[in-house]
Design a protein. Structure first.
Length: 131
């Protein structure tokens, strides 16, 4: 694949090897896998939040789980609690006309929880107190 500079997916290679008879089906992989999805029925009943490093610029976005729309996002030089709270307030103002945000799902990063340098704020942390 590297020699001809073409990208062939592993599934296509496996299908070809099945036809040629060099591999067999693995019965353990034939079962339908259970997936955990957080999709909700009503808009803004769950909002996802996360930081992303994009070429040195820190980007935070809040995304509605149902509609997959982004009520607010922001670009900053550093990912910190204050910037996350500022964009969260912007998201709340953007959607408060329709319905309030019911739940927020984020990773356990230091920008959302009380570990690392913000441990002195107690077990709840600045972000959770703001919520």
């Amino acid at each position: 694949m590297k020699h001809y500079k073409r990208n062939i997916s592993h599934n296509k290679i496996h299908q070809h090897l099945l036809v040629v008879g060099l591999v067999r089906h693995n019965q353990k992989k034939q079962k339908k896998r259970k997936r955990c999805r957080y999709e909700r029925k009503h808009s803004l009943s769950l909002v996802h939040a996360d930081w992303l490093d994009c070429d040195g610029t820190q980007v935070i976005a809040y995304e509605d789980d149902t509609s997959r729309k982004i009520p607010s996002a922001g670009e900053f030089d550093s990912a910190n609690i204050e910037n996350g709270v500022r964009i969260l307030d912007k998201a709340v103002k953007e959607v408060e006309f329709y319905v309030p945000i019911r739940a927020l799902l984020s990773d356990n990063g230091s920008e959302f929880s009380s570990h690392g340098k913000h441990k002195k704020e107690g077990p709840t942390g600045i972000f959770r107190k703001h919520l």
